[in-house]
Design a protein around this ligand. Structure first.
Ligand code: IMP
Length: 445
């Protein structure tokens, strides 16, 4: 009897640090093995660049699976959708010859990022940045100013929220916006923002136009995903942002406003976690962070500059220089625990070539002098921790042409071995450059 085909494997991909781990490259690699790619959290604050066929695509909302005509991309209910950004991405892809039809599906229950959310996000950040509270520090988060927090806040408020499905209901939309605009105008002026009153008629017209453009793609994505699974199609869940930015489990309040760990998948898609047997955790060989918030292994020195320069560590969405530091395995272990990670991908190992010594943070010294190996998912508590390092010898050789892990310099192999030992997880993928062929894969990835 021929062997029965292996059951489809649904996979989650999630960042284990503070974002920008290189998830885009891994999503792109694994898309080939899956039929459907799903975004479950966040919005246009995420950004990844995919290079394929010599062409470069910068995507914020549409999963990069859209570049493969036979794959279906789903923007599920947990995402906050800025229709202007989404339509701009769709138009840009169309102009470059990428067809968008049945291969894109958007949840009618995803929430809408409204223009006033973006204004509010920026105004609040500016207001807070002028209000010093302690040691020269203010209360601003350093957000991407894409309206993410205010949009999720409205989702939780309920009465002031607009969902994608509402864009198809002009009368209801207009009635809601008349009330919402009055409230928002008052709130914006309280933030010292001298803007003209929001005009519900104009806003309704714009949103109806967006709704007409998006109508063919809007559906109940929860049933759609369950139908896909029943048909035997395999799903790739693409986490945006990263575990340490998770609203519940990250370094609160310096986090984003969604569950960006893999725990966001069930609520953000309607697919129970029990279906997802493979969770690939993406980490850099070092650590970066954008925006404010504690970062125990940050190197505000030559090492940090060097990593930023070699790793091109500037934000895809905002262009901001990223803060850089040593690998923090206390943080990675914590994220792997929260996300149920079954294997790791270590990105940007090539950036560390040329250093005499490399440090790995294995624990934190607490203010009372004791050492802990536990992460503290709270900004105030974490900022009191001092990193405890293990020092490893570096390697001088460039490794971007390596094709196998066993061919890497001994000290690079030692570094990777140490990561596996200290996390207790296998390194399924090691990346030594941006291209697909600069990827060292263990089997199975
Ligand atoms: P927001 O998501 O724009 O509200 O920003 C909240 C915090 O999360 C800020 O520190 C951002 O820089 C950070 N952040 C949000 N999305 C990403 C991401 O995709 N990569 C890295 N940092 C992010």
């Amino acid at each position: 009897m021929p062997p029965s085909p292996a059951p489809p494997r649904h996979t989650a991909i999630v960042g284990l640090q503070w974002g920008d781990e290189g998830k885009g490259k891994i999503v792109d690699l694994l898309t080939a093995d899956h039929d459907v790619v799903v975004r479950y959290n966040g919005g246009a604050n995420a950004g990844h660049t995919v290079v394929t066929g010599g062409e470069k695509y910068a995507l914020h909302l549409i999963p990069s699976g859209i570049l493969y005509p036979e794959k279906v991309c789903v923007i599920a209910n947990g995402v906050v959708v800025d229709p202007e950004t989404l339509i701009h991405e769709m138009n840009t892809l169309h102009q470059r010859g990428i067809e968008i039809g049945d291969n894109l599906r958007i949840s009618s229950r995803a929430h809408v990022v409204m223009p006033y959310h973006k204004v509010h996000d920026a105004a609040l950040e500016t207001f807070l940045s002028k209000t010093v509270v302690e040691n020269g520090k203010d209360l601003s988060i350093g957000t991407t100013r894409r309206g993410i927090g205010p949009a999720y806040a409205d989702k939780v408020h309920r009465s002031t929220a607009i969902r994608i499905g509402d864009l198809l209901e002009p009368d209801l939309l207009h009635r809601k916006l008349r009330v919402i605009c009055a409230i928002r105008t008052a709130e914006l002026s309280a933030l010292n923002l001298d803007t003209p009153p929001l005009d519900p008629d104009e806003l309704t017209d714009d949103l109806i136009a967006h709704g007409q453009r998006l109508a063919p793609f809007i559906t109940d994505t929860t049933y759609l995903l369950h139908d896909f699974m029943a048909e035997g199609r395999s799903i790739l869940f693409e986490g945006a942002n990263a575990c340490l930015l998770d609203i519940d489990h990250g370094t609160y309040p310096y986090v984003t406003s969604s569950n960006c760990s893999s725990l966001g998948i069930p609520a953000g898609t309607g697919v129970p976690g029990v279906h997802i047997k493979r969770v690939l955790g993406i980490m850099k060989a070092y650590t970066t962070r954008v925006g404010a918030g504690p970062f125990p292994t940050e190197q505000e020195n030559e090492i940090g500059h060097r990593i930023r320069k070699r790793g091109h560590e500037y934000g895809t969405t905002t262009g901001r220089p990223r803060r850089c530091g040593w690998l923090d395995l206390v943080a990675v272990r914590y994220s792997a625990m929260i996300c149920g990670v079954t294997g790791l991908a270590c990105m940007l190992l090539d950036v560390l070539s040329g250093l005499d010594e490399i440090q790995i943070c294995t624990g934190y010294r607490t203010p009372d002098g004791s050492i802990t190996d536990r992460f503290i998912p709270d900004a105030h508590g974490l900022s009191a921790m001092q990193p405890v390092y293990e020092t490893l010898p570096g390697w001088q050789e460039e490794i971007d042409e390596a094709t196998q892990r066993s061919k890497l310099p001994d000290n690079a192999q030692r570094y990777l071995d140490r990561i596996e030992i200290l996390t207790g997880l296998p390194l399924n993928i090691v990346s030594v450059g941006p291209d697909r062929n600069q990827t060292l894969k263990a089997v199975p990835a």
